[in-house]
Design a protein around this ligand. Structure first.
Ligand code: KG4
Ligand code: ZN
Length: 344
């Protein structure tokens, strides 16, 4: 059995083929980085047009690399939201056309569910597990109880963590996308030189807030009378990353207590989403898991950032449960994960 996955909800045009054993036979990701770089962020209209131009080539490339053709595909899954609607429509329409022509099931995958279940492509993580889902558009802690079955323990009340990384990178003139560049700069930095706040640390819930942290970074930059040196950039990056790690540790500690109460037998912690590529965050979660006698799992870096293998993976899980979608499924710009079953 072959599942084709398609992802086009932000600035990556991606297609992948997996088989029924979740082996990834191909995973092609074309990033629109160059298109958006000069604007310092993703421009929705440019993204939609770029997806439209590229999608056919990327799908063909994924099939070629997997050594199969259209007639071999058994089901096609596409990220149907949440995301930039122009791009989502391109991916969904392509998937629907392939499904209609080949008379195979179409599966509308919630992009966040793709991230959430990505780890199950590579590790034997069973439900329920505790998930820190952290990307450019989202930052939340969830109990993943099953496919389409999520309980939100907390989320950001303003910016997502990835967004904060990107904005800090912009302020420091490091480039775009910011996450990997801030992480790289932080390697040589002294995190103690600048004192940054730890928003919501110690609060009884599991929520996040990153906008105050971002403002504090701006004040730190403004406090310097000279042009930013590489040392300044490294020190601010290190201080910012440490603040994010600290806050995430605090929030996850709270979440673990709730999760353990809800599911005393469960012991898996998972991180997912683009920010999950960050090594400092991964190390903190690994240590936190050890302290709590839990197991920490994370997808490899290429399955953390946007890709289509995770969409194919979630599609396969849904297909196995008979959760396929009609061809009149409407792409959703907003689609909270904890209502993954609800379609409006
Ligand atoms: O999941 P993703 O590829 O796209 C969304 O669905 O948002 O996440 C992209 C986000 C960007 O904000 C990017 O800066 C961040 O993930 N990111 C990182 C790292 N790699 C990517 N943030 C921190 N450290 C990284 N190494
Ligand atoms: Zn994503």
């Amino acid at each position: 059995m072959y599942i084709l996955g398609i992802e086009s909800s932000c600035d990556e045009t991606a297609a992948a083929v997996i088989n029924e054993d979740k082996e990834i036979l191909s995973s092609v990701v074309w990033t629109q980085l160059e298109e958006h770089k000069k604007f310092g962020g993703v421009v929705p209209e440019i993204a939609a047009r770029a997806h439209l131009e590229k999608i056919d080539t990327i799908v063909t490339e994924a099939l070629d690399k997997a050594g199969i053709s259209f007639k071999d595909i058994n089901a096609v899954a596409a990220a149907a939201g949440p995301g930039l609607i122009g791009g989502v429509i391109v991916g969904v329409m392509t998937a629907k056309a392939i499904a209609a022509v080949n008379n195979i099931p179409f599966i509308a995958v919630n992009h966040l569910e793709g991230h959430a279940l990505a780890v199950r492509l590579v590790a034997p993580v069973q439900f329920p597990f505790l998930l820190l889902l952290t990307s450019g558009g989202h930052c939340q802690i969830l109990e993943v109880r099953g496919v389409g079955d999520y309980k939100k323990l907390g989320g950001t009340i303003d910016d997502a963590a990835g967004e904060a990384f990107d904005k800090v990178a912009k302020m420091l003139h490091l480039g775009y996308p910011g996450g990997p560049l801030v992480e790289k700069a932080a390697q040589n930095g002294n995190p103690a030189r600048f004192k940054l706040p730890r928003p919501l640390k110690g609060k009884p819930n599991c929520d996040f807030s990153f906008s105050g942290l971002k403002t504090a970074v701006r004040h730190a930059i403004e406090s310097l009378s000279e042009e930013l040196t590489d040392t300044d950039k490294a020190d601010i990056s290190a201080a910012f990353q440490l603040a994010v790690v600290d806050v995430m540790k605090d929030r996850m500690t709270k979440a673990i207590a709730i999760f353990k109460e809800d599911y005393p037998e469960a012991n898996d912690i998972v991180v997912a989403g683009g920010v999950a590529a960050n090594k400092a965050i991964r190390t903190m979660l690994q240590e936190l898991a050890e302290e709590n006698e839990m197991t920490f799992s994370a997808p490899p870096l290429n399955l953390c950032t946007d890709n289509a293998a995770m969409i194919a993976g979630a599609g396969l899980e849904r297909l196995k449960l008979g959760l396929v979608d009609a061809l009149d499924f409407r792409p959703r710009p907003r689609w909270p994960l904890y209502e993954a079953e609800e379609q409006v």
